[in-house]
Design a protein around this ligand. Structure first.
Ligand SMILES: [Zn+2]
Length: 142
């Protein structure tokens, strides 16, 4: 059961990780398939960073549904629509985002102005994201 292992090894990780595509903090674990954003279905994979406490999260936009808040991760020929980030910390101290970027930003042949949801000032409505965020106790997974 790889998903159960993931949850146990990175306890609390999915409380911290916000979907970079749509800004949701709601994640759905599908056994044997992975962890997906409950709102836009972007896939998230966690792995261990080399020699550091915390985790690396890789987001795969090939599963993403187009929703109102979703801004698709820029697609690249070689790596698909992917973005990744590193969070440092421990389950007891909590995690902090260390870096985050779309794969396309690292490749010379692509230019992108894509930003993860938490860096978008304007999500199409002209309102900053924080105004439309729900208190965390209301963002319960079904
Ligand atoms: Zn999402």
């Amino acid at each position: 059961m790889p998903i159960v292992e993931t949850e146990e090894r990175y306890e609390g990780a999915f409380d911290e990780v916000e979907c970079p595509v749509c800004g949701s903090e709601d994640w759905t674990h599908l056994v044997f398939q992975g962890v997906f954003c409950a709102d836009c279905n972007t896939r998230c994979l966690l792995r261990e960073p080399a020699g550091d406490q915390g985790f690396i999260a890789k987001f795969d936009g090939s599963y993403t549904w187009l929703t109102d808040d979703a801004e698709m991760i820029p697609e690249t020929e070689e790596y698909g629509a992917t973005a990744s980030g590193k969070w440092t910390g421990t389950p007891s101290r909590g995690y902090e985002r260390y870096w985050f970027s779309a794969t396309a930003e690292h490749l010379d042949e692509y230019t992108t102005d894509w930003k993860p949801a938490w860096e978008r000032e304007d999500a199409g409505t002209g309102e900053p994201n924080y105004l439309i965020e729900l208190p965390s106790n209301e963002v319960e997974t079904r």
